[in-house]
Design a protein around this ligand. Structure first.
Ligand SMILES: Nc1ncnc2c1ncn2[C@@H]1O[C@H](COP(=O)(O)OP(=O)(O)OP(=O)(O)O)[C@@H](O)[C@H]1O
Ligand SMILES: [Mg+2]
Length: 231
């Protein structure tokens, strides 16, 4: 039986991502203070607060996963200054162009969504692996999911592998020199600092593993209520 990620799970994922970014604003700002212009935390917090407002407002209800991803993309593009807003916006906008993405998607569809997002991001930002950007977290995560699909792994295993790959990629940015964005002005002096965008991108996969890789809420609620009745 193929496991599916549902629209309510996508909704929970994006709200949790917003919370995580808001919680980590100071860390993201601190990282961008070292090698950039100290605004990544502020940019991302502002954008994700708008995303949260949009997702929580009943009049902006999204009827399917594609529409939800597009709403997130448009909000980020319009609300976030700096490089990261349009880049994350492009990721979500391109993810929304997969043929799957109605009320639910299976692991192969979810993986394709992330692949489309990554390809769009790379076309827009022209960054490659080891340029010390968000790509260093996102690309290994997408590749880990593709490997999981190829070897018939479960959704939970695929997302756990993606989280781990994104974490290693994020940590690896500490040891390389920046070739894109403001950090590239520092050249080799950017070595020794973790990239802020790779860090916010890691949280995308961390929160995906926490929400999309678990059972859906109704199933868990049913299990809990059965356990309660059995007491
Ligand atoms: N061309 C690019 N492709 C992918 N990611 C990029 C690119 N340029 C910058 N980034 C990511 O954006 C992050 C910085 O985002 P921020 O919100 O601080 O915007 P910014 O200050 O305008 O960025 P920058 O000055 O680095 O272009 C970097 O840490 C890096 O991960
Ligand atoms: Mg910045």
């Amino acid at each position: 039986m193929s496991q599916e990620v549902t629209l309510p799970q996508f909704h929970r994922w994006l709200l949790l991502y917003a919370d995580r970014i808001i919680e980590q604003e100071a860390q993201l700002t601190e990282l961008d203070t070292a090698i950039g212009d100290a605004d990544h935390g502020i940019n991302m917090r502002r954008g994700m607060e708008k995303v949260r407002e949009r997702l929580e407002s009943p009049e902006n209800h999204c009827e399917d996963i594609r529409t939800l991803l597009r709403a997130v993309a448009m909000t980020l593009i319009s609300a976030v200054g700096g490089a990261a807003g349009p880049l994350y916006g492009t990721f979500f906008l391109r993810a929304a162009t997969v043929p799957e993405g109605g009320q639910s998607v299976d692991l192969a569809g979810l993986t394709r969504m992330f692949r489309y997002g990554l390809d769009g991001l790379q076309q827009r930002g022209k960054a490659h692996l080891n340029d010390k950007t968000m790509i260093d977290a996102i690309q290994p995560a997408v590749e880990a999911m593709e490997a999981a699909v190829a070897s018939n792994q479960s959704l939970a295993v695929a997302l756990a592998s993606a989280r781990q790959a994104a974490k290693l990629g994020m940590k690896h940015t500490m040891h390389i020199s920046a070739n894109k964005g403001r950090a590239s002005y520092l050249g080799p002096r950017s070595i020794g600092y973790q990239d802020p965008g790779a860090t916010s991108a890691y949280y995308l996969f961390e929160t995906a593993a926490e929400t999309l890789g678990t059972d859906s809420v109704p199933q868990r609620a049913i299990a809990a209520s059965v356990a309660e009745k059995g007491r």
